[in-house]
Every structure is written in structure tokens, then in C-alpha cells.
Ligand binder design. Structure first.
Ligand SMILES: Cc1cc2nc3c(=O)[nH]c(=O)nc-3n(C[C@H](O)[C@H](O)[C@H](O)COP(=O)(O)OP(=O)(O)OC[C@H]3O[C@@H](n4cnc5c(N)ncnc54)[C@H](O)[C@@H]3O)c2cc1C
Length: 468
């Protein structure tokens, strides 16, 4: 094999593999190094994809138990077969990781198997499983090494009883009692999965609200909904210790306000307190500049502090740690390397929590706008008044649109809805094109759809909703 490339991408997550495909499309001779057995990174192997598979299966199971009867569907003896559910998840992961392999072949991207180590700004050494080292020359390097689960100094993850999200995606039986540390989207999605499958679930969160970063109205309403589903919350509580005794875990936590100390015994503990950038020794040795959170500093062209070395995805100091953000950066950096004008609009990146109902947001929250002294107006529309949500018995939540007080330009949107993750795409497009609330209000929306609530929320910005 010819060991000279124009681009070597390190890591095949959504940032890395998408970057490699775009580089190849642009005619650049490209290789992608991956240390994992399969391509696709965290997202396809132990993140977005397996979690969504379990969310989908567990939701169907739960609905079959709680809702089918009311709809006149009388099914008897519906039973959970967890190992089959896990097999289905594993099959989806395999299909999609194989899909990336196919795309690499189709685009003539060289897949280098092993750990990629940057030796210089034009050289990458790949260390394979057998210990063999091979060096490759390249004009450009793109770091897409992603992130790994974060823990707390007082907690040791063993992936048996005290697990990260990776462990919680593969329990071999439903834990009787599960404690989730962290009320962010990963913790809440997995809390939902296991609650639906029969666990007694408690979420412990150190802040006074769940899903930090999202609109306060949304987190309050969302917590109420999850509470009704039977998920218990201990907010404003800091976990001080987790110990394992026989086959159980003991979780100690303190209420930040009252200082009351509590101890709860459970069968599994999921530590979902965030993710940290995956910075290898080679990056440290080369002296690539990092920010105070240990993320690689990049400029607007995704260049690191070393010439010809770029970085994208979870490992960089820009934007949220999300797969679609990583993908857009992958495309942008490929175009920049090819001499084009790659760009990512960080003001318009949707975020979704794939529970039931789903939660989605984009743009600014009220708190952010207040901090920035921006005057705004709000339009809100509840799904209680949306015909499609009504016939589907899913009248949870609302759409909230925040628009600039003077110009009417949409600045932020958040929503709770059965299909919020799909609905938010309309708002991303609207905001990308600089739409006003009036533009959305005057756009014809199909009836009966959940999306009509977006139109109604836009009409509500000008206090003229039709159905509420
Ligand atoms: C449980 C869970 C659910 C999630 N759900 C969602 C979701 O629904 N939507 C969403 O947008 N995001 C979700 N995420 C986040 C998403 O997975 C990440 O934001 C995304 O994968 C980041 O992509 P990346 O390309 O930066 O890195 P990663 O996907 O982390 O990929 C990095 C890859 O680089 C490889 N690597 C690292 N170092 C080296 C090296 N030296 N040599 C070779 N290979 C190396 C790693 O093995 C890995 O495969 C979820 C994450 C988790 C954990």
C-alpha cells in the first residue's frame, strides 16, 4: 500500500467518518484510523444508535402494557425478552457500522485499523492489535478522537454494578432498583428505558433542575411528566460516595441546601455526569493547545495550534457534544482543506432528548437572552389543543417560540412533544434562513399534524392563535 495521503483522519465517529467521506468526495486521497473493532465511533457503537434502539423497543413494550387495552387492542401475555431486545439493538449497531464500512469502500477511503498516533504534523503512526507499528505520511491530519464517559473522583466505574452509559446499554437483566447520577439527556434517556422495562428508577442531580442548558419552562414540565411516569428525582443533591457491597451498591448523597445526608441501596448505579474529551498522549506530547476543560482549541477554520492539524467533534472547544454537530464540522473541515469555505452555524444546532415525550430545543433560551439584554416576545402553544396529539392520546407538552421584540426574528425554540425530535428540523431550517415568527405563522402546515402547534406558537407570538 502507498503510505502517502493528503488527509489522515484519526477516529471514525460522526465527526471523523463524515469528514473522511467529504474529503474523498472532494478528490483528496484519504485514510481514516480507528482503534475500535467497528467504525462509527461512540455514536454508532455505544451512543446514539444503541440508546435509540432500546428507547424504541422499551417504549413499544411499555405502551403494549399501558395503552393497548384502552385502544381496543387486547393482547394477552405480553412478556419481555431482554436478550432478544438486546440482540435487536446489536443487530442495528452492526448494520449501521457495516454501512460506514461500505461507504468507506465506495469512496475509496483507506481504513487503517489500530491506534493512530500523531508523530509530527505530517506523519501518523498506526499501532495495530498485534503491536505492529506502521508510519504514514500525510499533508493534513484531522483529529476526531471524540469523548469518553466522565466520572466523579469519589466514584469508581466497574461496568458491572457501577456503570457508565456503555454498561447501561447492555444490562443482562432488568435491575430491580437503578440509581442514575446526573439528570442530563443521557441519564434521562437510559432512566426511561429501564423504568419502562420494570426498574424502580431514581435520578440524583446536583442542580435544582434537570436537562441543564435547556429552557427552565421545559425542564420543569419535563420533570413533572417523568415523575408521572414513575421516575423519582432527588434534585439539589450531591453524591458523596458509592460503594459496592456484595451484589448491591450503596449511594450516599447530601442535599446541597438542607445538608441532610441520605443513603440508598440499589442494584445498579449509572454514572451519567457528562463526557470528557479524549486526548491521547501524542496530542499532549505535541503540545497542541487545550482549553481549561481539556478540549482542543481550534480557530474558525478548525485549525489547532499546530499547522496542518485540524480537529472536529466532541474533542474540540466549540459547540455541544452532539453527533450532528460533529458531522457538520467534519464536512466543514474537509471543505476548508480542499480550499473551499466550510462553515458551521453554532447558533442553530438542535438538541433532542429522545424520551417519551421527546424534548427538543434550538437557539437561545430566555435566560441567555436576559443575560445578553435582548428584548424578546414569546409564543406558546400546548399540545392539549393540537388535534393530532389529541387523537393519539399524547397531549403532553407545548411549543415555545422566542422572537426578537422588534424584528420578530426567531431567536430560540423549545418544545416537548411525542415527535419533538422530528419537528425541530423545521425550526432549524427557519432559523438558518433568518425567519421571523410571522414567516412561520404564514407557512401552510399539514393538518392534522403535531407541526401545526409550531404554526400556532408562531401565531401566539403575535397573540393570535386560532385553536387556543
Ligand atoms: C449513550 C449516548 C447517547 C447519545 N445519544 C446521542 C444522540 O441521540 N444524538 C446526538 O447527537 N449525540 C448523542 N450522543 C453523543 C454522540 O455520540 C457524540 O457527540 C458523537 O459520537 C461525537 O462524535 P465524534 O466523532 O466527535 O467522536 P466519537 O463518536 O466519540 O468517535 C471517536 C472515535 O475515535 C476513536 N479513537 C479515539 N482515539 C483514537 C486513536 N488514537 N486512534 C484511532 N481511533 C481513535 C474512538 O475509538 C472512537 O471510535 C450520545 C452519546 C452517548 C454516550
Amino acid at each position: 500500500m502507498d503510505n502517502n495521503f493528503e488527509v489522515i483522519v484519526i477516529g471514525s465517529g460522526p465527526g471523523g467518518y463524515v469528514c473522511a467521506i467529504r474529503c474523498a468526495q472532494l478528490g483528496l486521497k484519504t485514510a481514516c484510523v480507528e482503534s475500535r473493532k467497528t467504525l462509527g465511533g461512540t455514536c454508532l457503537n455505544v451512543g446514539c444508535i444503541p440508546s435509540k434502539s432500546l428507547l424504541n423497543s422499551s417504549e413499544m413494550y411499555h405502551k403494549s402494557q399501558t395503552e393497548f387495552n384502552n385502544l381496543g387492542i387486547e393482547a394477552s401475555s405480553i412478556k419481555l425478552n431482554l436478550s432478544k431486545m438486546m440482540n435487536n439493538k446489536n443487530k442495528s449497531v452492526l448494520t449501521l457500522t457495516k454501512g460506514v464500512e461500505f461507504l468507506f469502500k465506495k469512496n475509496k477511503i483507506t481504513h487503517l485499523k489500530g491506534k493512530g498516533l500523531i508523530s509530527m504534523n505530517n506523519s501518523v503512526t498506526v499501532l495495530d492489535d498485534s503491536g505492529k507499528k506502521t508510519s504514514y505520511k500525510t499533508k493534513n491530519i484531522v483529529i476526531g478522537t471524540g469523548s469518553v464517559p466522565e466520572s466523579l473522583s469519589e466514584i469508581k466505574i466497574d461496568e458491572k454494578i457501577i456503570v457508565s452509559s456503555t454498561g447501561a446499554l447492555s444490562f443482562d437483566k432488568v435491575p430491580k432498583k437503578l440509581i442514575v447520577i446526573g439528570g442530563g439527556y443521557i441519564g434521562l434517556e437510559l432512566a426511561s428505558v429501564w423504568k419502562r422495562l420494570g426498574s424502580d428508577v431514581m435520578v440524583i442531580e446536583s442542580l435544582d433542575h434537570i436537562i441543564p442548558g435547556m429552557d427552565k419552562d421545559i425542564s420543569t414540565e419535563f420533570q413533572k411528566i417523568l415523575n408521572k411516569q414513575g421516575i423519582n428525582f432527588k434534585l439539589n443533591c450531591k453524591v458523596t460516595r458509592v460503594s459496592v457491597l456484595k451484589n448491591k451498591a450503596i449511594v450516599d448523597f447530601t442535599n446541597n441546601k438542607s445538608k441532610i445526608i441520605e443513603r440508598i441501596e440499589c442494584h445498579k448505579v449509572l454514572v451519567a455526569v457528562g463526557r470528557k474529551s479524549n486526548i491521547g498522549e501524542d496530542i499532549l506530547k505535541l503540545g497542541i493547545k487545550l482549553d481549561n476543560q481539556n478540549k482542543i482549541k481550534v480557530n474558525s477554520k478548525f485549525e489547532t495550534s499546530i499547522k496542518n492539524i485540524y480537529a472536529v467533534g466532541d474533542v474540540i472547544d466549540k459547540g455541544p457534544m452532539l453527533a450532528h454537530k460533529a458531522e457538520d464540522e467534519g464536512i466543514a473541515v474537509a471543505e476548508i482543506i480542499a480550499g473551499q469555505a466550510g462553515h458551521v452555524n453554532y447558533d442553530v444546532i438542535p438538541a433532542v432528548v429522545y424520551t417519551f415525550p421527546e424534548v427538543a430545543s434550538i437557539g437561545k433560551t430566555e435566560i441567555q437572552l436576559k443575560k445578553e439584554n435582548v428584548k424578546y416576545k414569546i409564543g406558546k402553544f400546548p399540545f392539549l389543543a393540537n388535534s393530532r396529539a389529541k387523537v393519539n392520546n399524547e397531549t403532553y407538552g407545548f411549543v415555545k417560540i422566542i422572537a426578537d421584540e422588534k424584528s420578530d426574528k426567531v431567536l430560540g425554540v423549545s418544545m416537548i412533544s411525542a415527535v419533538a425530535g422530528t419537528m425541530i428540523a423545521e425550526l432549524a431550517l427557519a432559523m438558518e434562513f433568518g425567519a421571523s415568527a410571522e414567516d412561520i405563522a404564514r407557512t401552510c402546515h399539514a393538518h392534522p399534524t403535531h407541526s401545526e402547534a409550531v404554526k400556532e406558537a408562531a401565531l401566539s407570538v403575535d397573540k393570535r392563535p386560532i385553536h387556543f
